[in-house]
Design a protein around this ligand. Structure first.
Ligand SMILES: Cc1ncc(COP(=O)(O)O)c(C=O)c1O
Length: 393
């Protein structure tokens, strides 16, 4: 048997391509924030994580351009060696304040942040407890960690407690959770989780990829939303969503950040965030503080879209955030639905197994502060039309 036999046997994607409703790798030719052009056609973008619409903000673009001129196009090395700029350090200080922690460390992506943090912290004698719907980067970080992995059903804190209770009381324990779950759009029950963790002597880490800029009075994330900044040990974030760039951050106690600087392999053995990306995040953080009305607009759009979809008769599950999954069901039907919406000028994201159970395929909508009421209404109209034609509603 040859190594490449599995590649020849993998025909599923080609079948969908041949049927004409393959949704992935769509090349965007121009982006106008809430609208994009694909193969010459304009689409309303409701599949982007650009929650605050900052990727096109003039201050963000200007900061990126200035950094490009001052530092060049890339850092060509790891943070550990030649890849640390004064800008990286400025960003770390600013993020620590924004999130409400003593210290912070910036990685090149959110994925690398989770990979590096979990694998460096959870040593052979330690235990890590993870919600089954946590992001793939957490799952992969746990695969690289030497400690014992416990996974509990989504949101099932009774099951989490059972696992905590049967772990040796003197073992190191990390409870790790998404703040907003990326496939369901629901928010973790953090108050109950931190109470449990404190009782069993565990540390808590929250992945705020979807929550920074979205939750909390000042956009500081899930802990800020619940007033629990003091009781969450580590907050992880990514810059690929509200912060309009690319990169990731872990914020927490100074000694932990210092340890991670010298042990997180995805930080040490990978080149650092490019200057323009760092400068974009710095500017985005300023805009978040100075234009709080953006967060209000995002939540206005969220309510309008959720109410509209529910009124049409769609099942949007437990979504309570700008991440809205619209349940369609079986995979082929969902892909056909996606194509009909796409042809009607609406860009959504299809979600298929293993991210969700079989027959629970969905289209995921992610809203932006810069969508207008007209955008939301046009998307709802398209959902009404296609849903009736395909007998989903
Ligand atoms: C919950 C969560 N964590 C981590 C990541 C990884 O972030 P990045 O895209 O910056 O690598 C994502 C991105 O989709 C995410 O949704």
């Amino acid at each position: 048997m040859s190594l490449f036999d599995k590649c020849d046997r993998f025909t599923q994607a080609r079948e969908v391509q041949a049927a004409g409703y393959y949704p992935y790798f769509q090349p965007i030719e121009v982006s106008y924030d809430t609208e994009v052009v694909i193969r010459g056609e304009r689409k309303i973008m409701v599949g982007s994580n650009n929650y605050l619409g900052l990727t096109h903000h003039p201050r963000v673009l200007q900061a990126a351009t200035e950094a490009l001129k001052r530092y060049g196009s890339g850092c060509t090395g790891s943070r550990f060696l030649n890849g640390t700029l004064d800008l990286h350090e400025e960003l770390e200080e600013k993020l620590a304040r924004f999130i409400g922690k003593p210290s912070a460390l910036v990685f090149s992506t959110g994925y690398q942040t989770n990979l590096g943090v979990v694998s460096a912290l959870v040593s052979r004698e330690d235990h890590v407890f993870s919600d089954k719907l946590n992001h793939a980067s957490i799952v992969d970080g746990m695969k690289l960690a030497y400690g014992t992995v416990h996974r509990y059903a989504h949101g099932d804190l009774k099951s989490l407690e059972r696992e905590l209770a049967r772990t040796p009381s003197d073992a190191g324990k990390l409870v790790i959770t998404d703040g907003i779950f990326s496939m369901e759009g629901d928010i973790v029950d953090l108050p109950a989780m931190v109470t449990l963790a404190e009782f069993y002597g565990a540390q808590v880490m929250v992945d705020d990829a979807h929550s920074l800029g979205v939750l909390g009075e000042r956009g500081g994330g899930t802990a800020q939303h619940f007033g629990l900044e003091e009781r969450v040990d580590l907050t992880m974030g990514t810059f690929s969503k509200s912060l309009a760039s690319i990169g990731g951050v872990i914020a927490g106690p100074e000694s932990v950040i210092h340890y991670l600087k010298h042990h997180a392999r995805s930080l040490i053995f990978s080149a650092s965030m490019p200057p323009s990306a760092v400068a974009s995040v710095l500017a985005a953080l300023d805009v978040i503080q100075e234009e709080p009305e953006r967060k209000d607009a995002l939540w206005h759009n969220t309510r309008r879209m959720q109410d509209g979809l529910r009124t049409l008769g769609y099942d949007i599950g437990r979504s309570e955030t700008p991440v809205i999954p619209v349940l369609i069901g079986e995979m082929e039907r969902m892909l056909m639905f996606w194509k009909e919406l796409f042809d009607a000028g609406v860009f959504t994201n299809p979600v298929t197994p293993p991210a969700v159970p079989e027959n629970s395929c969905r289209l995921r909508i992610s809203l932006m502060a810069t969508h207008t009421d007209e955008h939301v209404d046009q998307v709802l109209e398209a959902f009404a039309h296609v849903g009736k034609r395909m007998a989903v509603i």
